[in-house]
Design a protein. Structure first.
Length: 210
């Protein structure tokens, strides 16, 4: 699998590079997406499933990335939050239209540390921090007015913009990857797929038919 004579032995496009660590490859693809996407290159679909094995998917924003995994923040009492508490298995899918590329991640989630969540929460604009208190995410809202009033109430409760505590139900999930698949568009649907799988804490690579 090493590069020999400057040629990748898997015979795949140079865009896949020749890296043992898929997180490194993800970072390269992601920084390219940051240059080319019109907005939100960090937008990613997250799939969860409930106790009846019913899959469920929605978009979130990737807000942290390390060798450990992919972090997003949300209300832990939301639908996704409750599903992830019941079943930590989850999957993410990035699609960068401008690059015609897709990355899929499969694994299990863990909760980020209190410090990590606090740091990110405190970096958010005031309105977003108040919103985290005011929104009972995914619960039924009788009318919009109720939500707007709750926002006003929390603005009164936390008038100091420098000092809004993080709600106990608001934090981050980190998806710990067990597989990361890179997909590259090819002419005539002759696409290319490179899949990384973790085996005994080591990443292994394989090509997949498109
Ligand atoms: C581009 C985009 C980014 C989003 N980012 C987040 C996010 O980071 N966290 C979040 O809780 N919801 C985010 N949302 C809203 C979710 O898609 C979803 O509506 C909400 O989290 C409730 O989902 P649930 O009922 O499955 O828990 C985003 C929506 C879009 C379209």
């Amino acid at each position: 699998m090493n590069q020999k004579n400057g040629k990748n032995s898997l015979g795949i496009d140079i865009c896949f590079e020749d890296l043992d660590n898929p997180i490194e490859l993800f970072k390269k693809w992601f920084s390219k997406a940051e240059e080319t996407e019109i907005n939100d290159p960090n937008a990613v679909a997250v799939a969860t499933s409930n106790k009846n094995n019913q899959p469920n998917v929605r978009m979130v924003l990737l807000k942290g990335l390390s060798d450990k995994g992919f972090v997003f923040y949300t209300n832990f009492n939301s639908r996704k939050g409750n599903e992830l508490k019941d079943n930590q298995k989850a999957s993410m899918c990035f699609h960068w239209k401008s690059l015609r590329r897709q990355v899929r991640v499969i694994g299990k989630v863990e909760e980020v540390s209190e410090n990590e969540a606090d740091d990110y929460f405190n970096s958010r604009p005031y309105k977003n921090r108040i919103g985290a208190w005011a929104s009972s995410q995914s619960e039924i809202l009788d009318q919009r007015e109720t939500f707007l009033n709750r926002i006003k109430d929390f603005e009164k409760k936390y008038p100091d913009q420098q000092n809004v505590p993080r709600p106990p139900h608001w934090s981050g999930w980190r998806l710990l990857p067990e597989e990361i698949e890179f997909w590259l568009d090819g002419e005539g649907r002759i696409h290319e797929r490179l899949n990384y799988k973790k085996n005994n804490y080591k990443w292994e690579r394989e090509l997949l038919y498109p």
